[in-house]
Write a protein of this length. Structure first.
Length: 383
């Protein structure tokens, strides 16, 4: 059984091993036992010893805390970006991220091109324009990314780095890189559908969706304009992600919900103010949002879930709830005929729960419903 160390007390020794006592309901007969757990800091081994007296709260390992960190762009004095300007960008965004670190996030999501600064060379700060943008993309190097990598490693969290990326042949992409808990780049996604303005400028399109196996689940991504295109959404859905990251300059409105629903995944959308950054569940329901006063959000989601249609399953779902009580959560958004079944116990996964009661998942139900269309081309009947 895998457990996650949460906010209870723990005794840290000089070697950074955390010694805990699982308590009377756990494996006391086999103590000391060595467990490898994702901790609320750097990943550590937990040596379980009765002598310690500390308490470990067992929760499903797929409980994941997502932090969305948005804010205003960093202001620099001129459009010519130098080392001092990059330091300002690092200081600004590191300060923003620091505000969510007490929540011990598993992943921190930033907005699209978050490190692109505004210039204060006029009475009102302005965006970089034209050749200034490409010059910034090439001049910034890895300075900001390296600083965030150090932050990720220091706090044992994943941090997204959505920024311009220079390819091997000098081409530039609008990209999302994921920095691992050790600071290394563990996944990269290049925006598949840049805007016409981006393409007319210098941004090259990507051609592959992200399928990143992180330690808490499978992650994919879309960037801003990508959200409009069913081709990208269908490709991401084939990955079967648990979480879709959506760094963006625009919100997307109800299309966020469509993506979450079609991908059967949580969607974490980090956008610029005054729009709100949000988290949407696999049934397309917004479950968390930043406020109008600050643009930060930390929210824990449970990735041990299955999406189920109500057809032929309503009575079975009732028996499932009666059997597992508070250990199962059945979320019904209404109007769409489906629910999200989540396990709240480390002893039984959501998939095992629905299998026990012969409950078919949504994809299986839809596949059966459209089996008669196999090999059939749907035509048009004109009048």
């Amino acid at each position: 059984m895998r457990y996650q160390l949460r906010h209870g007390p723990a005794a840290r020794r000089a070697d950074d091993t955390v010694y805990v006592n699982l308590g009377v309901h756990a494996q006391r007969a086999t103590c000391p036992t060595l467990l490898t757990l994702p901790s609320p800091g750097p990943r550590v081994d937990l040596a379980v010893q009765r002598m310690c007296g500390c308490q470990l709260r067992s929760v499903p390992v797929r409980n994941v805390t997502v932090s969305l960190v948005s804010g205003r762009a960093t202001q620099i004095p001129t459009a010519t970006v130098g080392a001092a300007d990059l330091d300002l960008i690092v200081e600004h965004w590191s300060g923003r991220i620091a505000q969510v670190l007490p929540d011990r996030p598993d992943i921190v999501v930033l907005p699209e091109l978050f490190d692109r600064p505004h210039v204060s060379d006029r009475p009102a700060a302005r965006s970089l324009v034209g050749a200034e943008v490409e010059a910034f993309a090439r001049a910034k190097g890895t300075h900001v990314r390296d600083a965030l990598a150090e932050l990720a490693a220091a706090h044992g969290t994943y941090i997204t780095y959505p920024s311009y990326r220079v390819g091997e042949e000098g081409e530039i992409y609008n990209s999302l890189e994921i920095l691992g808990r050790d600071g290394a780049v563990v996944a990269t996604y290049d925006k598949i559908v840049p805007t016409l303005g981006e393409v007319a400028g210098f941004v090259h399109p990507g051609h592959k969706v992200m399928a990143a196996e992180l330690d808490f689940g499978r992650v994919s991504a879309a960037i801003c304009f990508d959200l409009n295109f069913v081709q990208v959404r269908n490709a991401v859905a084939k990955v079967k992600p648990d979480l879709v990251l959506f760094p963006s300059a625009y919100h997307g409105g109800f299309v966020q919900s469509q993506w979450a629903l079609d991908c059967r995944a949580y969607l974490a959308g980090c956008v610029y103010p005054p729009n709100r950054s949000t988290i949407v569940n696999p049934a397309g329901t917004q479950i968390a949002s930043t406020s109008t006063y600050d643009f930060l959000l930390s929210h824990t989601i449970n990735l041990d879930y299955v999406v189920v249609h109500l057809g032929y399953n309503t009575e079975k779902l009732g028996r499932l709830k009666a059997a597992y009580g508070p250990d199962v959560l059945i979320e019904d958004p209404g109007l769409v005929g489906m629910v999200v079944v989540s396990s709240r116990t480390p002893d039984r996964t959501a998939q095992e729960m629905i299998d026990e009661f012969d409950i078919q998942d949504l994809d299986g139900y839809f596949a059966d419903s459209t089996a008669h269309l196999e090999g059939v081309e749907i035509g048009i009947q004109e009048f």
